[in-house]
Design a protein around this ligand. Structure first.
Ligand code: SAT
Ligand code: MN
Length: 598
């Protein structure tokens, strides 16, 4: 199996602590995957879907209390509280380990403990990193096999001395002999902990079996722990999609994009261009690890091997490529089940049948049911290799060279459709102020206020976000300006006074990608404004687009009054960083204010 002493002694230690009935070292084989699926079906925790319509697909249903990441139970447990910063929950590591050790003690009674060696990034690539997840959840094993590369081949690369990030997970539901095991065991909210011991690169997760709480390679390792590693080692771990765009002349460029959850990263990564001759291919849809190559440019890899996408809203209209991915070999969680054993969700692009089984396992009738049939955070877990537009470069060992970085949130007003930063530092400034406006759906006395989510990393930062800004600024000093990607602020979510989205989004976003592509080549026109370089209306390819020129002009203009207010709001927001706010960002804000009144 392995002669890695650190790994063997950690597994022994956890076995003693958690006291499972059995241990299973995952080899990552098809045989193993199939037998775990068979066992899950026999136990009644996985429902096989119609083999003619969805071959190799299964439906799982979580406990209704365990349906998403829980930010209030997520902790950055650095030695010093100040290292976690003002945006993270912090508990002293000694105290947290004590609390959690008590919970872990005997927590795997009646269960099998699985040891999953996994690689984030292609196995053996110099840009990849290894983790080992210990879990008592078969669901986690099944999903980790799709989302990462797992098994013996990873142990081979790890060797006897290799480094790995230990990731401990338990659903937190020990079984006494004869005790009934529910479909989706998990612990009550106050016992859930998603903890990151950042100084020692260690993850301890307890009590939840869902998504980012339990599939520890994803947000916990590839973003929170990796962001700390990246800071110390001079690279970047970012919440970004990676796409390849090719012009009609056959020239390709790679672009990353940071957008908060539920802003369409997966859709953008798999976009079908509406402008003739252009092609977009997918490299990744959620996470990018970027390092400098020998030529001084930033190269990105997608550390994941699958997509863990939100099902509702995904349709053959909004994202035909994602729909093609999920036709086979896909795990669905918390979607609705049709009478012929297919899946259905809100926004799938066709009417619900008269009868469904909803995500809670209850009958659902189109005529009378008022609740959604699929949970709003229901998911598909699907292999990236199944994506019809996956770029062959998605497994390139050295990554792909990045020409541009897009950043964007949901801003119904103020932020234009696309805005090119003046410089790297100005781009970092724009990233630091990213955010989404609070709408009527949330807290009513804050409507219109902006909730800032710098670089879409707020829930995924492993350290002080002020230090993270400094890290971005440092990256910009490591190479020459012409080699750095250019940074663009985009906003697909501008609304007209009637509250309707002005920009149609989806495939039409290819028009913005084209402008970015041509800017990099010095071919597209822009006007210098106080906030950045904006496209002239004529520099955008708008042929065949059903939006009036005046509306386009509107979302490409700078409303100085709104921006003066925005600058004030940024100033207030910056105060939370205290002495960790880099002087460069304070200067950028000052310059913006000056330009606005010039
Ligand atoms: O559940 S995950 O953290 O993996 C997905 C998300 O919230 O973006
Ligand atoms: Mn994400």
């Amino acid at each position: 199996m392995t002669d890695n002493k650190k790994l063997i002694s950690w597994v022994n230690e956890i076995q003693e602590l958690c006291q499972p009935d059995n241990i299973h070292w995952c080899d990552g084989s098809d045989l193993e995957y199939n037998s775990m699926i068979t066992a899950a079906v026999e136990k009644g925790i996985a429902i096989p879907l119609n083999p003619e319509k969805r071959p190799g697909c299964y439906l799982f249903r979580s406990h209704p209390s365990d349906v998403a990441r829980v930010e209030k139970r997520t902790f950055i447990s650095s030695k010093n509280k100040s290292d976690a910063g003002p945006t993270n929950n912090w508990i002293d590591p000694t105290e947290l380990k004590k609390t959690m050790s008590t919970l872990y003690s005997g927590c795997m009674h009646g269960r099998t403990m699985y040891v999953i060696p996994f690689s984030m990034g292609p196995v053996g690539s110099p840009l990849s990193k290894i983790g080992v997840e210990i879990t008592d959840s078969p669901y986690v094993v099944i999903n980790m096999r799709i989302m990462t590369r797992i098994g013996t081949k990873v142990l081979d690369v790890l060797g006897s001395e290799g480094e790995f990030v230990p990731c401990l997970h338990s659903v937190g539901y020990p079984l006494s002999p004869g005790q009934f095991d529910p479909e989706w065991p998990c612990a009550p909210m106050e016992q859930k902990y998603i903890s990151h011991f950042t100084d020692e690169r260690l993850i301890w997760s307890y009590g939840s079996g869902y998504g980012g709480n339990a599939l520890l390679g994803k947000k916990c390792f590839a973003l929170r722990i990796a962001s700390v590693q990246a800071r110390d080692e001079g690279w970047m771990a970012e919440h970004m999609l990676i796409l390849k765009i090719t012009s009609p002349e056959g020239v390709s460029k790679y672009i990353t994009g940071a957008f908060p959850s539920a802003c369409g990263k997966t859709n953008l990564a798999m976009l079908v261009p509406t402008i003739p001759g252009w092609k977009v291919e997918t490299v990744g849809d959620d996470i990018a690890w970027m390092r400098f190559g020998k030529d001084g440019r930033l190269y990105a890899i997608n550390p994941e091997a699958g997509f863990f996408g939100v099902a509702p809203g995904t349709s053959y209209q909004s994202n035909p490529n994602a729909m093609a991915c999920v036709e086979k070999n896909t795990i669905f969680t918390n979607v609705a089940l049709t009478d012929d054993d297919d899946v259905w969700w809100e926004g799938i692009g066709y009417e619900a049948p008269d009868h469904l089984i909803d995500w809670k396992g209850n009958d659902w009738y189109k005529a009378t049911s008022t609740e959604p049939a699929a949970h709003p955070n229901s998911r598909f877990t699907t292999p990236a290799s199944q994506c019809p537009v996956i770029s062959p470069d998605w497994i390139a060992e050295d990554g792909v060279p990045i020409s541009a970085i897009l950043i964007g949130g949901r801003r119904p007003s103020t932020i234009p459709l696309v805005n090119e930063s003046f410089s790297w530092n100005h781009g970092v400034f724009l990233g630091s102020i990213m955010g989404s406006e609070i709408t009527a759906a949330t807290i009513s006395d804050q409507i219109g206020k902006v909730r800032r989510d710098p670089f879409a990393m707020l829930p995924f930062m492993g350290y002080h976000i002020g230090d993270y800004f400094s890290h971005w600024l440092d990256i910009g000093k490591k190479t020459s300006v012409d080699k750095l990607p250019r940074i663009y602020n985009v906003n697909w979510f501008r609304k007209n006074p009637e509250g309707k989205f002005i920009w149609p989004g989806y495939g039409e976003n290819s028009r913005i990608l084209k402008w970015v592509f041509e800017r990099i080549d010095g071919k597209a026109e822009a006007i210098k404004t106080p906030i950045g370089n904006l496209p002239t209306v004529d520099s955008l390819d708008l042929g065949g687009l059903n939006v009036s020129k005046s509306e386009i002009a509107d979302i490409l203009s700078v409303d100085k009054d709104k921006w003066i207010k925005e600058a004030e709001d940024i100033g207030n927001y910056y105060q939370i960083f205290e002495d960790k706010l880099p002087i460069e960002l304070a200067n950028e804000l000052d310059s913006l204010k000056k330009r606005l009144v010039e």
